[in-house]
Structures are given as structure tokens and as C-alpha cells.
Design a protein around this ligand. Structure first.
Ligand code: ADP
Ligand code: MG
Length: 456
């Protein structure tokens, strides 16, 4: 492809910027640029190893998706360490004319996440939208901010991904930090708790570890379901829980399911969790989704018209994070194109944002695979054993089975009347290759990323 790299990267950055906090954007994308493109692989110039690692582990999907949105033939990203020179396009220069807008400015606060409490100041009650799907959880959270350590202790919030648990947990922390500046507050995930503990064991600092946790007035542990089956950690945590609880310190937890449904959770911990206040957050109803889309777009300084708002709210039903992702993409694309998008353009964007099962079809998978491997769509269905066709065909079969749950015989029939055992064979082959071969696994991930967008 012949491309103006500077322009391409500039456009991609505009979209990336919307999905990344301002602080992170500046930190990681400064002094980056496109070096070259070869066979659908974009080589990015990055200033040092540190940035390379960070971008490749944390942002590759955003980058791939943003570039692929503009040039569908982009399939992968590689990083080249190139110390900063004048030839490299500065990330900031492409966005310098954009107004700083409310929520992005908040991202700056990422710099100021205080080490002590580990709270992100952008998660507040003020920015939390309440509807019947989360009003009980919201009310319980508010009650805790008024009288911490008393009636709702522990507070246990559970529900599916992207429904606002972390937001609510941190909002409580932020509020209490404001009203009780002296209080020792700490937010962390259960994984961090576990890794802290393991480090303490290795460094023989378990005593300090215990002391550290026992002095908190408010301890918030997110995604506690990861304690499942980690009995040693559960035991350690149980003692910390008891100490804090007996001293009327507040404990708050979240989980993707209720304590009853966390397998591998010790009975005594389960009963502690259930002994306080348990509330769930469910999926937002249509009206709430409308309010969320409207408010988020306005907060980004980019009001969206009612028809579009309703359209988005109908298309994405399960997850507030996905709603946010869709809004960001729509705003990003509108900025790039310099106009309000048509409903059809928005449909295209939503396709990439929404969950697999909902919007990806048989045809989408076939299209994605043929463009990814740069082969003719028709050749996937022909009776050829050419290597460059066989592999994509097997991957197509795999994804149709794995992601769309289409039956083997049906897939076989679609692919030129092949026997269902052929499809099973293809499925197994791909499945094994994914487990064995990291490069191959990455390839599949990239195809999925292009198919579904960042939500995978
Ligand atoms: P969870 O922890 O349940 O997976 P998060 O709290 O991370 O979900 O929420 C995902 C995204 O959606 C976050 O950016 C969050 O700010 C936003 N969000 C979730 N619920 C709400 C809400 N009720 N009002 C406004 N934003 C919300
Ligand atoms: Mg969360």
C-alpha cells in the first residue's frame, strides 16, 4: 500500500487518544511514528525499550485497531527502537490543535494517583450515573461514605464486567478521602494483594505485610473472585479481615459473582462476605443507557444527536465499558472525518465495538480472514490444498465454531460440501497450534481484534 505515514499515524493517534488518558497518551506516544509498512505489518518507531514494552503489552490492540480502521490491510504491529531524532513524528504535534476537554483533562490526574490510597480521582459519585440497574448498589455505597465501618460492613458489590463496580468502589474511597483526610485508605485488586503476599513470603517480610494491611481504616479489594482456589492467600486475608472488622474499619469488595458462586472460596470467608451488605449491579436498562451515552459524549465536549444516542443505546446492551468504547470511537472518527457521521458509518463502528456473538456474522469472519491473509474470499471455499489457502480456511472454520458456535456439519456444508470430520480436524489443529505457538496465538488474537475491536 502507498501511504502517507505521517498522516496515517496522525489519524490513528487521534483515535488512540480517546481511549487513553491524557497522561498516558503523552507518556507513551510521544516521539513515536511509523517507520515503514511491509506486508500489512506496521513498524513503529519508539524511543526506547521501555516504551516498546509498554506499547506492545498494553496498547498493541488499540494501535492495531486504530490503524486497521483506517487501512483494513494492516494486520500487525512491530516496534523499532529508534532514539528520538528530527525525522520522527511527534505524537503531540498531531493533536496540539485539539481542545482539552473535561474528561481527558481528568486523565492528567493519573499522574496524581496517590501511592497511599491508590485511587484514581476520575472515579467519583458525581460522574456515576444511577438507574434502576444500579441504584441499590449506589445507595449502599453512599451509605458507607456517611457512616463507614458500621452498618454496611463489609460491603460486597457483585455483577458482570464493565458494569461500574470498580467505579463505585473507587468513588467510595475518593469520597472518604475527602471527608476524612486522616483516614488510611487503600484500594487494590485481589491479584495485587496476592502478589504482594507472595513477594512478602519470598523476601521474608510477611510481618510487615500483615502490619501494613492491619492499619487501614478502609480497605477496598476489587475482583475478589481471583482468590478462588488460593487457599494460602485466603487464610492470610481472613486474619486481616478479622482484625480490620473487629476494629470497625470498613471493608469493601467486588466480584464478578456472588460469594455463593465463587468456587474454591473457603466457607468461613464466604460467610464473612455474606455477613455484611451484598448488592448487585445488573445491566443498564435502555433509559439508563441513553443517559450514559448522552452524558459521556457531553463530558467529552461532543454532544451526539438523539437518534444516534438511541441507536447506540440499542446496539450495545450489556456493558458500560463497551458503550464508552463506542462513544470514543464515534467521536474519534467524526474528528478524523471532520463531520457528523451517518448512521451507516456508526453502524460500522459499532460492529467493531460490540461483543462477538451479537454482531459478527459468518460473512464477517470470512471477510476478515481473507483480507487478513490477503486472499480471495472465493478461494476459501474452493477445493484447493494450497498451503496459503488451507491455513486461513482452517482458521475460518475454527473461529466460526469457537466464536459463533456454528455446528461442524453446517460449517462443512458452507465450505464446499466438506465432511464434518474435516471441520473437526481443522478446529483441533488450530486449537492445538494456539496452545503451542505463541506467534500463532498472537495472529489469531489480531484477527479477533480486527473482527471485534478492543473488547476482546
Ligand atoms: P467493572 O469494574 O464492573 O468491570 P468499571 O467500573 O470498570 O466496571 O466500569 C467500566 C467503565 O464504565 C468505566 O469507565 C466507568 O467509569 C464506566 N461506568 C460504569 N458504570 C457507570 C455509571 N453508572 N455511570 C458512569 N460511568 C460508568
Ligand atoms: Mg472492575
Amino acid at each position: 500500500m502507498t501511504v502517507n505515514y505521517e498522516k496515517l499515524w496522525g489519524e490513528a493517534l487521534m483515535e488512540i487518544e480517546l481511549n487513553v488518558s491524557r497522561a498516558n497518551f503523552i507518556t507513551w506516544f510521544k516521539n513515536t511514528g511509523i517507520a515503514k509498512e511491509e506486508n500489512g505489518i506496521i513498524f513503529l518507531n519508539v524511543p526506547n525499550t521501555f516504551v516498546k514494552e509498554w506499547l506492545s503489552t498494553k496498547y498493541s490492540k488499540f494501535i492495531l485497531r486504530a490503524l486497521n480502521n483506517i487501512y483494513p490491510s494492516v494486520r500487525n504491529i512491530e516496534y523499532l527502537i529508534t532514539p528520538v531524532g528530527p525525522q520522527i513524528i511527534k505524537a503531540q504535534s498531531s493533536v496540539k490543535n485539539m481542545p482539552f476537554i473535561a474528561e481527558e483533562q481528568l486523565g492528567f490526574n493519573d499522574f496524581y494517583i496517590d501511592k497511599e490510597a491508590n485511587l484514581n480521582p476520575k472515579y467519583t459519585f458525581e460522574s456515576f450515573i444511577v438507574g434502576s440497574f444500579n441504584e441499590v448498589a449506589h445507595a449502599a455505597a453512599l451509605a458507607v461514605t456517611k457512616t463507614p465501618g458500621t452498618i454496611y460492613n463489609p460491603l460486597f458489590i457483585y455483577g458482570g464486567v464493565g458494569l461500574g463496580k470498580t467505579h463505585l468502589l473507587q468513588a467510595i474511597g475518593n469520597k472518604l478521602k475527602e471527608t476524612n483526610p486522616e483516614a488510611k485508605i487503600h484500594y487494590l485488586t485481589s491479584e495485587k494483594f496476592a502478589s504482594d503476599f507472595i513477594n512478602a513470603v519470598q523476601n521474608k517480610t510477611v510481618y510487615d505485610f500483615k502490619e501494613k494491611y492491619r492499619k487501614f481504616n478502609l480497605l477496598i479489594i476489587d475482583d475478589i473472585q481471583f482468590f478462588s482456589d488460593k487457599l494460602k492467600i485466603q487464610e492470610e486475608f481472613f486474619h486481616i479481615f478479622n482484625t480490620l472488622y473487629e476494629r470497625n474499619n470498613q471493608l469493601i469488595f467486588s466480584s464478578d459473582r456472588s460469594p455463593k458462586h465463587i468456587v474454591g472460596l473457603e466457607e468461613r470467608l464466604r460467610s464473612r462476605f455474606e455477613g455484611g451488605m451484598m448488592v448487585d449491579v445488573s445491566k443498564p436498562e435502555f433509559e439508563a443507557r441513553i443517559a450514559i451515552v448522552k452524558t459521556k459524549a457531553e463530558a467529552k465536549g461532543f454532544p451526539i444527536d438523539q437518534e444516534t444516542v438511541e441507536f447506540i443505546a440499542l446496539a450495545i446492551q450489556d456493558n458500560i465499558r463497551e458503550l464508552e468504547g463506542a462513544i470514543n470511537s464515534i467521536i474519534g472518527q467524526s474528528k478524523i472525518k471532520g463531520k457528523i457521521l451517518s448512521i451507516n458509518e456508526i453502524k460500522e463502528i459499532l460492529k467493531k465495538n460490540a461483543k462477538p456473538v451479537k454482531t459478527v456474522t459468518f460473512t464477517d469472519i470470512v471477510k476478515a480472514i481473507s483480507s487478513f491473509y490477503d486472499i480471495n474470499e472465493k478461494s476459501l471455499f474452493e477445493k484447493t490444498r494450497k498451503k496459503e489457502i488451507v491455513k486461513p480456511r482452517q482458521i475460518a472454520m475454527y473461529l466460526l465454531r469457537e466464536d459463533l458456535n456454528i455446528s461442524y456439519p453446517y460449517i462443512g456444508q458452507k465450505f464446499g460440501q466438506r465432511d464434518h470430520t474435516t471441520v473437526i480436524h481443522a478446529y483441533k489443529k488450530v486449537d492445538e497450534a494456539i496452545k503451542k505457538d505463541v506467534k500463532f496465538c498472537e495472529e489469531i488474537e489480531n484477527i479477533r481484534c480486527i473482527l471485534y475491536g478492543k473488547s476482546v
